[in-house]
Ligand binder design. Sequence first.
Ligand code: NAI
Length: 242
Amino acid sequence: MDKRIALVTGASRGIGRAVATALAASGCHVLINYRCRQPDAEATLALVQRAGGSGELCPFDVADGTACEQSVAGLLQTHQRIDVLVNNAGIRSDSLLVFMKAEQWQQVLATNLSSFFNVTQPIVKQMALQRQGRIVTIASTAGQTGVEGQTNYAAAKAGVIGASKALAREVAKRGVTVNVLAPGFIETDMTAGLSRKELLAQIPAGRFGKPEDVAAAAVFLCSEAAGYITGAVLNINGGVYT
Ligand code: NAI
């Protein structure tokens, strides 16, 4: 049987890299999206291959609607189908709202929320035609509880939860599932500058999560076995209260 085709956005490092590697190990051909750090994306491809899988690089900016439309069209022309989409690319740009620049608000919303539309819309059309597909989007505890200094990020992450729940209902009869992962504090570049001691005190499990903790859940939600799970939000946060 042909390999399933999986697109992972923001797969040049962190959680996206772990998801790409784990999906490859589970038998997918992985389309490794990134915006600008090609050497990092190549390192992800090497890990995918080391896991016994296959993949290819596909650079585009998930915040740019036209670029997404063109890139997804090109990928569909080449592969005819996309079976799995993991919307992972994200940024944060923290500031108390009173000091926040309009640009910070717009960039975070464009990259973390509008990207959901930009990438998912052309792909879900194809999945509906295929009558089969798995969409997983990475939200955050911040979108569930709100975090001070992150009104922009929390709004975007809460937004993808709502969008996923709505889309899940729209495409359930077509065999397409749409789910959300809500990680807590995961050890990546995104959390590298945060105060570890203070944050650890908030995590019942007593440790930060690893990208692989998120990847394992993504692989499950993208599997055939998870076909009756849709519209769900799965916390991966070591027990942090949401
Ligand atoms: P990271 O900063 O290590 O990696 C982010 C990835 O997104 C990179 O590959 C980057 O190139 C890509 N990216 C950023 N803007 C992009 C754009 N416009 N187009 C294409 N790719 C772009 O971050 P990390 O921690 O791996 O985060 C991955 C996802 O998980 C993000 O959506 C983040 O918000 C979310 N998350 C992370 C948590 C953490 O504790 N690290 C906690 C909760 C959610």
